[in-house]
Design a protein around this ligand. Structure first.
Ligand code: XMP
Length: 331
């Protein structure tokens, strides 16, 4: 694609010119925007970029390893991986209020990232002068536009505003003129795998908002395995009319862990185990959303696989609530 190749060449040139001989730090989350920003900046300046990947222990199954394989392994980018799961889970112990959980996760994330960035700045190299962020055009509009003036915050989102100033770094935002579709095309053109670039959105607080109430490692481990099965089957099942997978036919799909136990029967024994809910929605803007009419055969397969493969879960339910009045996430 010539247009895209021109665009990459131009963006690479612009980044080189802006950064010169200085170094750049970027917070890698595994999400599309930070991944594409990392790949683009790495293409432009190679080892002048250091990525910092904070693993809060609330990522999906194998997600941390996949991020490392991709960026450190395949792209040969410099990536510092910080395993902060003990810290996050420790601070979350005993906390069950959704907003309190979000504030803890968001606040810790900034603290850990800042500490790590300061380390990179001090020990790694003295020429670190830039903080790169995967801000895209809709984020630019959102932060200056009507949304921030809303009187009521329904859910507080991750907010990293002010970080460059606090770190004494200049801000580098190579995606700020692009829409999401363009960011995805750019990612593929830069060699990122389409499965990564076309992934459903994943919230900053991760599984923290998909485990209702108090977050525990045991719950996160069960949820990760159940969710992985749901996503696998969404990718496997295809709609006959369009040939598309149900993963591509839904805008967002995931599993929610409910910390309640219900009775079941397995073999000649009685079980008393946890419940999960499957959530799948279709939406164009995430402001309103319909629950997806997934085929029964798909639901059946997912349910039987989760109950048979994930010991500790004996009941699977399907969420048939639209937004509004329900939100997409359960917290
Ligand atoms: P709700 O649950 O409000 O979600 O209907 C709308 C969309 O926003 C995502 N979401 C978040 N994304 N940080 C994020 O980066 C967050 O704290 C957060 N909370 C919700 C949610 O996954 C859905 O796509």
């Amino acid at each position: 694609d010539w247009v895209m190749r021109d665009h990459i060449a131009e963006a690479v040139e612009a980044i080189r010119k802006q950064v010169g001989g200085e170094e750049v730090i970027l917070g890698l989350s595994g999400g599309v925007d930070s991944s594409v920003a990392a790949a683009l900046i790495h293409r432009a300046i190679g080892d002048q970029l250091t990525c910092v990947f904070v693993d809060h222990g609330l990522l999906r199954l194998n997600e941390g390893d996949m991020v490392m394989d991709m960026f450190a392994g395949k792209l040969h980018a410099k990536v510092v991986r910080v395993d902060a799961s003990d810290l996050f889970l420790g601070k979350l112990a005993g906390v069950s209020d959704p907003e309190a959980k979000r504030k803890i996760i968001g606040g810790l994330f900034v603290d850990v990232f800042k500490a790590e960035a300061a380390k990179v700045k001090e020990t790694h190299s003295r020429t670190v002068a830039w903080l790169a962020q995967g801000t895209i055009y809709p984020d630019v509009i959102e932060s200056g536009g009507a949304k921030s003036k809303k009187a009521v915050t329904i859910k507080s989102h991750h907010n990293v505003g002010g970080l460059p100033e606090q770190l004494g770094l200049k801000l580098l935002e190579p995606l700020r003129d692009l829409f999401k579709d363009e960011v995805r095309e750019l990612g593929v053109a830069l060699g990122l795998p389409p499965e990564m670039v076309y992934r459903h959105p994943f919230p900053g607080p991760g599984l923290g908002v998909r485990i209702l109430g108090e977050v525990k490692r045991e719950y996160a481990d069960l949820l990760r395995r159940a969710d992985d099965i749901f996503i696998q089957e969404l990718r496997n099942f295809r709609d006959e009319a369009t040939g598309k997978s149900w993963y591509d036919l839904t805008s967002q799909a995931f599993t929610v862990f409910l910390p309640v136990k219900s009775v079941g029967v397995m073999g000649d024994g009685r079980t008393y185990d946890y419940v999960v809910a499957l959530r799948a929605v279709q939406t164009s803007d995430f402001m309103t959303a319909d629950w997806a009419e997934l085929p029964y055969a798909l639901l059946k397969k997912v349910s039987s696989r989760i109950i048979n493969e994930v010991r500790g879960i004996n009941r699977v339910t399907y969420d048939v609530s639209s937004k509004p009045p329900a939100t997409i996430e359960w917290e």
